[in-house]
Design a protein around this ligand. Structure first.
Ligand code: ADP
Ligand code: 5GP
Length: 224
């Protein structure tokens, strides 16, 4: 009897800008074999350390609007500064069917769109240990202008109030502890009874009979 890996889960990870979502995902990727991080599309300009196709697919507003029109996005939103951000549908279903957990690192507006179409998805919110620590991280990252930091920080207050729409909340105080917790949530999700489809199918009477024949324990034909 072949042992199947089973399907992966769709996981939505949100939290205010600068809380450490990207950092947590990179660590998780090192620790979990069957994990695929979806690469979003955006119309915002790349930061100096960002690579096209790795951090995001950086595309023009016209290209993005074409993708909306052609229904190529699982969800999309206009986030800070009216830049578009969206999740390409392509590849997601394939990875899930192949047994990979798929993480979408997206904002709350996008998360709610995913919830509507995929209520089975798992929603995790990453929370900062304090608002002061959040602003410190935004400043220390050094990737945004003062004006953009202020916009992101102000938005954080609204975002944190949406936490009740998620299934789990993880405070990113010490990085290793936060990664440990998200890891534990993903592992627990893999053990849910409603995901045990394959093994339950194999407990059908006929399959059990076949197994006994295969092991040479009986040889009579199957009867109901
Ligand atoms: P996000 O993806 O949520 O916008 P990042 O992953 O870019 O956030 O993290 C923002 C900054 O905070 C980065 O400089 C990162 O190194 C730092 N950081 C992430 N997690 C922690 C942590 N637990 N403690 C201290 N600094 C952190
Ligand atoms: P940043 O510009 O810092 O990379 O991301 C800004 C915000 O956009 C973050 O809150 C991030 O979660 C969100 N974001 C990134 N990709 C997507 C996406 O594909 N869809 C949506 N809705 N939000 C996204």
């Amino acid at each position: 009897m072949s042992k199947k890996k089973g399907k992966g889960s769709l996981i939505v990870l949100s939290g205010p800008s600068g809380v450490g979502k990207g950092t947590i995902c990179k660590e998780l990727k090192k620790q979990r074999k069957h994990l695929w991080l979806s690469v979003s599309m955006t119309t915002r300009k790349p930061r100096p350390n960002e690579q096209d196709g790795v951090d995001y697919y950086f595309i023009s507003k016209e290209e993005f609007e074409e993708k909306i029109k052609n229904h190529e996005l699982l969800e999309y939103a206009q986030v800070h500064n009216h830049d578009y951000y969206g999740t390409p549908k392509e590849k997601i279903a394939r990875h899930i069917n192949d047994g990979d957990d798929v993480i979408l690192e997206i904002d709350i507006e996008g998360a709610l769109q995913v919830k509507e179409n995929h209520p089975e998805a798992l929603f995790i919110f990453i929370m900062p240990p304090s608002m002061e620590e959040l602003i410190n991280r935004l400043i220390q990252r050094g990737t945004e202008s003062k004006e953009k930091i202020v916009k992101r920080f102000r938005k954080a207050y609204q975002e944190i109030n949406e936490v009740t729409k998620y299934n789990y909340v993880v405070i990113n105080d010490q990085l290793d502890k936060a990664v440990y917790k998200v890891n534990a949530i993903l592992t627990a999700e893999r053990s849910r009874v409603d995901r045990m489809e394959d093994i339950l199918l194999n407990t059908k009477a006929e399959a059990m009979h076949e197994l006994l024949v295969e092991k040479d324990l009986i040889n009579e034909p199957f009867q109901l």
